[in-house]
Design a protein around this ligand. Sequence first.
Ligand code: SF4
Ligand code: SF4
Length: 309
Amino acid sequence: MTPTDDNNATGIVFNIQKYSVHDGPGIRTVVFLKGCPLRCHWCSNPESQAARIQLAYNQGRCLGLSHCVRCVEMCFSGAISRGEDDRIVIDRALCVECTRDCTSVCPSNALITYGARRTVADVLRTVEQDSPFYARSGGGMTLSGGEPLVQEDFALALLREARKRRIGAAVETCGHARWEVLDEACRLSRTLLFDLKHMDPARHEEGTGVANDLILENFRRVMEHHPKLHVMVRTPVIPGFNDGDADIEAILDFLAPYPHVEYHLLPYHRLGTQKYHFLGREAPMGEARLDEARMSGLLRLVAARRGRS
Ligand code: SF4
Ligand code: SF4
């Protein structure tokens, strides 16, 4: 994709969230791209993980088979059938995720799609609606996901075009990306939000599905090649995974040579649980909850080491 084509570049976006104050400096519009190389057990955006458009079913909105059988009649692949209790059953092994016929006939939006293919120009039209807020607050656009750098060409085209339009960009990354792409994203952004989840490679792989070697190597390279970039490191604090003092101490040790980097802890929450069910999945974290006193203790630990959290 050459820069002149950037406005026509397309990618799969699953949400655009306005007025965010948690995803970089100032007031921001967050563009969520689908696709992620990690499978974190605690992921609150399970709809972000697959890089394709997906079918979701909200059973609570379904009118019931005694009132409506439109999707059963419409699905050409036989993926939707009559179940018990007046409900439909979706066989996801048969569903080809055409995400067209069944969602278009559903009168109650019980069947919806996660993700839509959009152009850079279309996305930035939405982002630019809030330009006056960015100017006053020092905000802008944040690319998030999933891992936004999975859609390499689309993410870089968005960043290039945002820069051309003087929109300050930030990128939220898990760090598991090709260095050439991350390097270019840093060059085009004002802020990088970089997640560090665990320093132990085996524990990291248990919790996320991948080891942390590429992530740590990429972080060191960001520090070396982009010393003036505003970098915010975040650790999602997950019960039973990294909520021990030693887990956070190890990350603080790794960050000790980089005192200019901001470090933040993000408490685990269960807001994504329902979306697992919409996708026909069980939430991997079940009923686990983060102990508030434990979180407070970790915040004190970080404040003592770095003066803030
Ligand atoms: S997305 Fe397509 S294949 Fe899947 S259930 Fe709907 S109509 Fe059937
Ligand atoms: S079309 Fe929608 S409301 Fe009707 S049975 Fe299917 S999911 Fe339920």
